[in-house]
Design a protein around this ligand. Structure first.
Ligand SMILES: Cc1cc2nc3c(=O)[nH]c(=O)nc-3n(C[C@H](O)[C@H](O)[C@H](O)COP(=O)(O)O)c2cc1C
Length: 162
């Protein structure tokens, strides 16, 4: 518990799955630390923990895919947030296809964008990946409302914090 917790406890951020590919290796994890940070030019930052397998692949990736999760996608959230690529190949359990520039797109996620990594920002135990969107898609139909942190709180992070 810190003095900051009363503030962060009130924040119910949307949940994303961020995927990366580098040198033929794929990775992806559940992310709550993410936000648009510029309108013109359009820019978005996702923050990856230095300990995660996804961070180590993303360090060498030219692009990341950010998938917005919807409330009915608990299975994807548990797989990408509760397992680590250090022990499990998450991509044998979910259908995916290659996207622009070697990006990795999850077939089950209807809402996503691919961003080119413009820079990396030291944020402490997380590193910010500043993304310039290159392609985006929201498939038709009426998806469930976005998943938020309060929907995912029961998931124990698959990668130990230290
Ligand atoms: C609710 C929730 C939010 C999370 N938010 C982030 C985040 O913003 N950034 C991050 O790097 N990891 C975050 N994680 C942790 C990773 O998703 C988790 O440790 C995952 O197993 C890492 O997988 P990897 O080692 O394959 O990258 C979050 C986990 C949960 C359950």
């Amino acid at each position: 518990m810190t003095d900051f917790d009363p503030f962060t406890d009130m924040v119910d951020s949307p949940m994303y799955v961020v995927t990366a590919e580098a040198a033929g290796e794929r990775a992806g994890c559940l992310v709550g630390f993410g936000s648009q940070c510029s309108i013109r030019p359009a820019r978005f930052v996702v923050w990856l923990s230095r300990v995660n397998h996804t961070y180590r692949v993303a360090e060498h990736a030219e692009r990341l895919t950010v998938h917005l999760l919807h409330r009915d996608q608990g299975r994807l959230a548990r797989l990408f947030g509760g397992e680590t690529g250090d022990r499990t190949d998450k991509f044998t359990d979910v259908p995916w296809h290659p996207g622009p520039g070697g990006s990795v797109i999850l077939d089950e996620a209807p809402t996503w964008f691919v961003g080119r990594v413009e820079s990396r920002i030291d944020g402490g135990d997380h590193v910010g990946f500043l993304l310039a969107p290159e392609a985006a898609e929201t498939l038709g139909g009426a998806p469930a409302p976005p998943m938020s942190l309060s929907d995912a709180r029961g998931i124990t992070p698959g990668h130990p914090v230290n």
